[in-house]
Write a protein that binds this ligand. Sequence first.
Ligand SMILES: [Zn+2]
Ligand SMILES: [Zn+2]
Length: 323
Amino acid sequence: MGRGERVLPGVWRLRLPLPWPGVPHCNAWALAAGDGIVLVDCGMDEPGSMRHLERALEQVGLRLEHVRLLVCTHAHIDHCGQAAAIQARTGCELWIHPRHEHLTALSDDPEAALARRIEVARQSGVPAAPLSEWAEGRRGESSGMSGPLEPARDLVPGVVVETDLGPWSVIETPGHAPSHVVLHQPERRLLISGDHVLGRISLYFDHGYTPDPVGEFLESLDRVAGLDVRLTLSGHGRPFTDLPGHVEGNRALVRERLDAVQAALGARGEATAFDLLPEIYGEKLMPATAAWLLTKTLCYLEHLEVRGGVRRLQTDPQRWAAA
Ligand SMILES: [Zn+2]
Ligand SMILES: [Zn+2]
């Protein structure tokens, strides 16, 4: 069930359920703005999802009709899936970063997007049987989007989101997704961090849209590390106070994973990304998470390649070796 709670005067957390293993909820944030609210993020579209959002709003004395503007931290379905439905109901504008092709490629042509993912998995060394089983599970899966994204404005640096708490500035933080931004309110020392920095550290990078998502993510961590922030409102989980500690935790986990990839490759001589999964993730590797972990492993390999630690061999499926 959707749940709403006041975090600060003029700031409400709307906790919306998700149907995903290990990720039970996402947060939308309502910010007081004149006679209405700015809604930051909005949950994915699935049966009953609008009711969850409405219920969370009702619990804090708000209604969907109060939404004057919808702003999304990034183009993942748990953050922007209900955008079209909310716009249809309220007539509000949507603001989101323009680099959202990582999502729109999927929603514009799901068959082609799936075919591309299958080919990436095959090239990464996933054997035919589990791959076709995985692909079967994806076919006909709902998109999580209530309609196409129709932004009125590009959410880029220089754009200001006006609220009763003051203006929020936009900081680009690609890595988790090419379209990721965070919103900073310097006077109140607040940060809406989306999935860039989460309370419980968990890494994810969209693969295949930029040359080095892990490198971008590390740069984006540097970008928020210096901000003066007393409370961070993240895309999942409870608000937290220790932003520098969380930034350092993310850096440490990335280092740990890169070291594990480098060590596993060193021990084996050469391997596909798929070969490396059990050595990097151990018991965390399950059918439900394998595709997600493979994506991340590809991103680590590409980052190590940029840094000169590993190299691609001329093989199909793609094998990698320590440089
Ligand atoms: Zn995300
Ligand atoms: Zn998310």
